[in-house]
Design a protein around this ligand. Structure first.
Ligand code: TXA
Ligand code: MG
Length: 340
């Protein structure tokens, strides 16, 4: 299959182009499109055959459920048979935006989307290309991140090309994504509500709106024993995460880099801007200022992918503060560092 690339200016949306892409979705084929978080791989949520194609293109196991994207809050009531008031409160505060809510599903939601669970994950993306595409397609759109399963998520159209060229019908190129990490996944059916995946809306922001929020056990367990985590978000290079703080972190990163370099590996260091000059003699890429975690999130996946493009075999990554978007960044770095 020849993948068509459709360039759309996110600031001045050409509705005729959106309609072309929507036709592809309506015909039951796949379109990759930008959201504010990462690029998604979209299919008509009500078309089982189309949804199946997503799993095939990504090589994604069928036991990993998908997020349904909506453009209109009314869709919530079609997709879920129970919409508690906390959902409306959260939607009002954060939609459109990088927050996914897990709710009891309605009969309309296909089992293939939810991996047989009785819940469905729903979000309204804050990206005008995504929202117009959903509206023109006339149905909600299911979309996982548009990468091969287990790999680094795509934050620009070229990343999607690198993973899925020839495997999908169309890619909408709407430039770089803003947030850079995926949406926060929040389980509304749990009491108190539970964060299943850290992401673009921070735990601090959630607490401001609904008070009590529990960090999911999986996340918590992961924090205690990163070695146990299932590998995900992985670059092709081996990633080693250095979680020490301050000068101890720099020292350890430098020591590890020297050791691997001496063994003949092509080694790169992903560092905070304030530390970049402390790695003389090594190849360094800057993720951002340690205090600017939003910028670091925006740059995270594209920095990891650029190490891969340049053939690095080992990435030594400095850990960041676990507050705000730092929690989402660290969750991803730990999974990327987990053995494959
Ligand atoms: O920002 C995002 O969320 C991006 C963009 C494209 O919207 N999408 C994304 O999708 O990251 P994906 O498929 O890569 O991740 C979906 C996550 C998975 O961790 C999945 O297990 C979880 O959402 N999920 C989906 N349905 C669920 C459900 N019913 N219960 C619990 N977790 C669910
Ligand atoms: Mg993903």
């Amino acid at each position: 299959m020849k993948t068509k690339i459709l360039k759309i200016n996110p600031k001045k949306i050409d509705l005729d182009k959106i309609k072309i892409a929507a036709e592809v979705i309506k015909k039951g084929n796949l379109v990759a499109f930008p959201t504010e978080t990462v690029y998604g791989l979209g299919a008509d949520a009500l078309n089982e055959e189309a949804v199946t194609k997503i799993f095939q293109a990504k090589k994604r196991p069928f036991n990993d459920p998908l997020i349904v994207h909506i453009a209109d809050i009314e869709e919530l009531h079609r997709l879920s048979k129970q919409v508690p008031s906390v959902v409306l409160k959260l939607a009002k505060a954060f939609w459109p935006g990088p927050l996914t809510l897990v709710l009891k599903k309605s009969e309309l939601v296909l089992d293939i989307i939810t991996a047989g669970l009785d819940t469905v994950a729903i979000r309204m993306p804050a990206n005008n290309i995504a929202l117009s595409l959903i509206r023109e397609a006339k149905n909600p759109i299911v979309a996982p991140s548009a990468n091969l399963f287990g790999r680094t998520s795509p934050t620009n159209a070229q990343h999607v090309v690198d993973d899925l060229d020839g495997k999908i019908e169309m890619i909408i190129d709407g430039g770089k994504t803003k947030v850079g990490v995926e949406s926060t996944v929040l389980d509304i059916t749990a009491r108190p509500v539970r964060v299943l995946r850290a992401g673009g809306i921070s735990v601090e922001q959630l607490k401001e709106v609904i008070g009590q929020v529990k960090i999911g056990e999986e996340l918590e367990r992961g924090f205690r024993s990163p070695g146990m985590l299932i590998s995900h978000y992985s670059p092709y290079a081996r990633l080693i995460l250095v979680e020490d703080k301050g000068e101890a972190q720099v020292e350890k990163a430098r020591r590890l880099a020297s050791e691997y370099k001496a063994q003949g590996f092509k080694v790169g260091i992903m560092a905070k801007e304030e530390n970049q000059n402390k790695y003389n003699g090594f190849e360094v890429k800057v993720i951002g200022k340690g205090a600017e975690l939003e910028m670091c999130a925006t740059n995270l996946f594209s920095t990891l992918r650029s190490f891969d493009k340049e053939g690095f075999e080992i990435i030594i990554a400095e850990g960041l503060e676990e507050q705000g978007l730092g929690l989402a960044i660290m969750e991803r770095l730990r999974k990327a560092a987990a053995p494959k």
